[in-house]
Design a protein around this ligand. Structure first.
Ligand SMILES: Cc1cc2nc3c(=O)[nH]c(=O)nc-3n(C[C@H](O)[C@H](O)[C@H](O)COP(=O)(O)OP(=O)(O)OC[C@H]3O[C@@H](n4cnc5c(N)ncnc54)[C@H](O)[C@@H]3O)c2cc1C
Length: 385
């Protein structure tokens, strides 16, 4: 059994934990990231190869400054590490009649002077040959958006973390942690670690490791499917010709990413999902996991979609009641910071969240964003009540 001492420990080496370790190590702190599985895996919330990044933000204009800052940080990281993980293919926010996603995306873009275009369904079909949208769709096109290759992006962060003297210990689940005025103690199967400060970024396991806080989190099982596109139309769904998209109408909220890395376009349903325990979840995707409206949406909207599935994986969202993030200090321990509840839209923000958490845990004067604070749940019943 080992006993080791460091400046700051991060529990959970997924998207946010890797980025936090990266930010802390680059600030000159000795940092140790403890991850229960391999570094970069498909058992949490960052599996499935790719993630959308975008700047026009229908979820609320207050996210826009962070989308821009994250873009800057990802772009610089990609340049420094010289391995491509950003694909700027554009993003279509699509709304059916009576739905407002496209309008809200455009309003957020206008509020910050970000370039966007307003299109009808027919204009989309004329410009991108894969699409067969009805005329009555409202569409906001964000030209600078696109998708990130998750494994390459997280390994780029990990490489800079290591270059700056930080360490990621993979396959080392944390059993318990405690904190007092003197510092923090973290127990794993392999040993005991002591540090001055602690950051908890445990994703879907946050409700367990922060059980005492009763944060109202819900873990949802989210299947993602790769749909086949026939030979004659595959070029039209390549990253060169097919923007990422998020579509909202009476059948559901669907998102998709061009054919990249493996056959088929990757499509998922943002809405819905069974509530699960992350330690009990069934990770085998089956035909019954494909939401009834998903396949018809793909077949009627994308030229050449055969309806056949090429691959499917199961991922997890950690939802908050308002779908805004939780990023705060622990109410009982000012030397402990935490981040969770990324509600299915956090990955694009990872480097900004990492820098923000690094500041929260090291600078006692740093202010907590009220929209991401724990105190906003004060009026709600505790989880489990
Ligand atoms: C299907 C799907 C599609 C998505 N699409 C997008 C998208 O297009 N754009 C976007 O921006 N976001 C998207 N997201 C959301 C984004 O992926 C998540 O918000 C993000 O991964 C959350 O990061 P995290 O660090 O909180 O969780 P994770 O990346 O899961 O990391 C948490 C880590 O903590 C580890 N851990 C937990 N408990 C312990 C312990 N006791 N000891 C050690 N380690 C522990 C876990 O193993 C895990 O590695 C999507 C999510 C899903 C599931």
């Amino acid at each position: 059994m080992k006993l080791a001492r460091t400046d700051i420990i991060v529990i959970g080496g997924g998207a946010m934990g890797t980025a936090t370790g990266w930010a802390l190590a680059r600030q000159g702190h000795r940092v140790l990231v403890l991850e229960q599985f391999d570094h970069v895996h498909d058992k949490g919330s960052h599996g499935g190869q790719t993630r959308i990044f975008r700047h026009a933000y229908a979820e609320g204009p207050r996210y826009v400054p962070w989308t821009l800052e994250a873009d800057r940080l990802w772009t610089e990281l990609q340049e420094r590490t010289a391995r491509r993980f950003m694909y700027r293919v554009g993003c279509l926010d699509i709304s059916g009649p009576g739905f407002h996603r496209a309008r809200e995306a455009r309003a957020s873009a206008d509020a910050y002077g970000i370039g966007s275009e307003w299109l009808t369904g027919t204009e989309v079909n004329e410009r991108w040959p894969a699409w067969t949208l009805p005329e009555d769709r409202d569409v906001c096109f964000g030209p600078d958006a696109g998708f990130l290759d998750v494994p390459i992006a997280l390994r780029a962060l990990a490489r800079e973390l290591a270059d700056a003297g930080g360490e990621i210990c993979a396959n080392e689940p944390v059993r318990s942690w405690s904190a007092d005025g003197g510092g923090v103690t973290v127990e794993t199967a392999k040993g005991t670690y002591l540090a001055d400060r602690l950051v908890l970024t445990a994703g879907a396991w946050s409700g367990k490791i922060l059980n005492e806080l009763g944060i109202p989190l819900e873990v949802r099982r989210k299947p993602v499917v790769w749909f086949e596109i026939d030979r004659n139309h595959r070029k039209s769904v390549s990253p060169e010709q097919f923007p990422v998209f998020i579509s909202d109408d009476e059948t559901g909220e669907f998102y998709g990413i061009p054919e990249y890395g493996e056959p088929g376009i990757k499509v998922g349903m943002h809405s819905g999902g069974d509530v699960v325990d992350p330690d009990q979840i069934d990770r085998t995707a089956s035909e019954s996991d494909i939401a009834p409206d998903l396949r018809p949406f793909v077949k009627r909207s994308i030229r050449g979609a055969t309806g056949r599935t090429m691959n499917a994986v199961v991922c997890m969202y950690t939802m908050t009641p308002d779908t805004d993030f939780v990023i705060d200090r622990h109410p009982d321990h000012p030397n402990v910071a935490l981040a969770t509840g990324f509600s299915g839209h956090g990955f694009k923000f990872a480097p900004v969240v990492g820098e923000y958490l690094a500041t929260l845990v090291t600078d006692p004067t740093a202010r907590v964003r009220p929209d991401f604070s724990l105190s906003r749940f004060a009026e709600l019943p505790l989880a489990g009540d």
